[in-house]
Design a protein around this ligand. Structure first.
Ligand SMILES: C[S@@+](CC[C@H](N)C(=O)[O-])C[C@H]1O[C@@H](n2cnc3c(N)ncnc32)[C@H](O)[C@@H]1O
Length: 449
């Protein structure tokens, strides 16, 4: 199989992503199947697609002085072809520049015409011969940091206002790193040693995590085809998400509500920690997603999870008041803590999304609160680092309720390695990208009087 197909496929996927406004593994897998790519080429395709999205702003900054036409006036496919080629030239050492350029010119000829191929060739050859512009020359400090770390300026300014420029720079740099892959051991079904051995038999290298007792770090490979996964011994989950079940700390035979539960990562963890006893009621607004929770519960052989398709904003009308011992609201959010895994989020999310989501988050909290027993605990979590969706939502909620207060024992329940995190306030923990190797993640715990 010619390598050229990898770049052509990358161009196809990136164009589709641009159209759908979302980076998706499904889209990538579909293209891999359709293009009948050699399995050996799949990692390069993934790397080029992911990297081109991740480094888009920096790449555009590099391209700008070499293109006679402003970049936004180029045909979309030409711009994307230039971006993905520059990504290989700048960020991938193992690909010689001339190989990447030749491939780009061939694709331009095939897709466009001689004129476009000439222009692509001209731009890329002059970049090869010349020098890339240095972002240090950018005067505005927000713009400079945005270009260096390939983030939109509004996001860099917003984080700087919320956390200061130094912390913002660290987070933004961390967002460019490859994420750490972890799986959660199903302690009801297997031991750590058994799982590590079984994964090894299937060619997957895994090691114990130092952060969380039931977490394993996957060093290489996909666990989905393995025996350990199929048998329900493990679940793919980031360590930030694993902390939620610690924060909630459900007991056997309790009744727990997981208000925004799909695809079921946290519901299944909670159910496991309850020893497959008691009841976890798992809601999600999307019917097809509720099916995913059921699939996961089945795979993990958990029988204490009961799913319902429901808008949690209306939950109050469907359940008896004060009928749950614990409630989890793992709310829909902007996802700006998981840019390492989903780089498109930084280009597609907006301030309006954040404003809108914070209202939905508050509405969900208002609706489920009456369902919590007196003395019960509610955990509110998101995978974002934006204060408007995190601290603000939960603080205003608590301040407006006579019967709610922040849980001062939250940090005591978390594994020790998280107790020195920088982002802690009473009853709240903000994990930042790059700090503990987790996603950017927010957890808060409140109690009912
Ligand atoms: C952050 S995800 C939940 C992840 C899940 N807790 C896990 O660990 O696998 C948020 C979920 O909320 C669902 N959702 C969005 N709005 C909702 C609403 N109004 N009521 C219930 N679920 C909602 C989304 O479909 C999405 O699956």
């Amino acid at each position: 199989m010619k390598q050229g197909n990898v770049r052509e496929s990358a161009l196809e996927v990136l164009l589709k992503i641009e159209k759908n406004q979302a980076y998706s593994h499904l889209l990538l897998n579909e293209t891999i199947k359709k293009a009948k790519l050699n399995p050996k080429d799949v990692p390069l395709l993934t790397e080029v697609v992911y990297g081109t999205i991740q480094f888009q702003k920096t790449i555009d900054y590099y391209l700008t002085p070499f293109s006679k036409r402003p970049l936004h006036k180029l045909e979309k496919w030409v711009l994307i072809l230039l971006r993905l080629t520059l990504y290989q030239m700048v960020y991938l050492d193992r690909i010689p520049d001339h190989a990447a350029i030749n491939e780009a010119v061939q694709i331009a000829k095939k897709r466009g015409h001689q004129g476009i191929a000439g222009m692509v060739n001209g731009i890329l050859r002059s970049i090869q011969r010349g020098e890339l512009p240095n972002p240090e020359a950018i005067e505005d400090p927000m713009e400079q940091l945005a270009v260096k770390t390939s983030h939109p300026v509004w996001l860099i300014s917003r984080w700087s206002n919320q956390y200061g420029t130094e912390k913002t720079a660290k987070m933004a740099e961390a967002n460019l790193l490859h994420p750490i892959h972890t799986v959660r051991l199903n302690t009801l079904k297997a031991s750590k040693a058994e799982v590590i051995q079984s994964l090894q038999n299937d060619g997957i290298e895994a090691k114990e995590s130092k952060n969380i007792p039931e977490s394993l770090v996957i060093l290489k490979g996909s666990v989905i085809p393995t025996k350990a996964y199929k048998k329900g011994w493990i679940t793919i989950q980031d360590e930030g998400s694993m902390l939620v079940a610690y924060a909630l700390d459900p007991k056997e035979n309790e009744r727990v509500l997981d208000a925004c539960a799909a695809p079921g990562g946290k519901s299944t963890h909670i159910a496991e920690r309850m020893g497959n006893r008691g009841e976890v009621v798992s809601l999600d607004i999307h019917k097809h997603k509720v099916g995913l929770i059921e699939q996961q519960a089945q795979r993990l052989q958990l029988t204490n999870i009961h799913v319902q398709t429901m808008d949690a904003r209306g939950a109050e009308e469907h359940f008896e008041r004060e009928s749950f011992d614990r409630i989890l609201v793992d709310a829909p959010c902007s996802g700006l803590g998981v840019i390492q895994r989903k780089p498109d989020l930084k280009w597609t999310k907006s301030i309006e999304d954040i404003h809108h989501l914070s209202t939905v988050q508050r509405d969900i909290l208002d609706s489920v609160w009456p369902l919590l027993k007196a003395g019960g605990r509610l955990v509110y979590s998101t995978c974002t680092i934006d204060k408007e969706e995190n601290n603000k939502v939960i603080t205003s909620f608590v301040e407006e309720r006579q019967d709610a207060y922040f849980d001062e024992t939250l940090m005591d329940r978390l594994p020790e390695s998280f107790r020195d995190c920088s982002g802690t306030e009473l009853g709240m923990l903000q994990l930042f990208p790059g700090e503990k190797g987790t996603d950017g993640f927010f957890i808060s715990s409140i109690m009912k009087k």
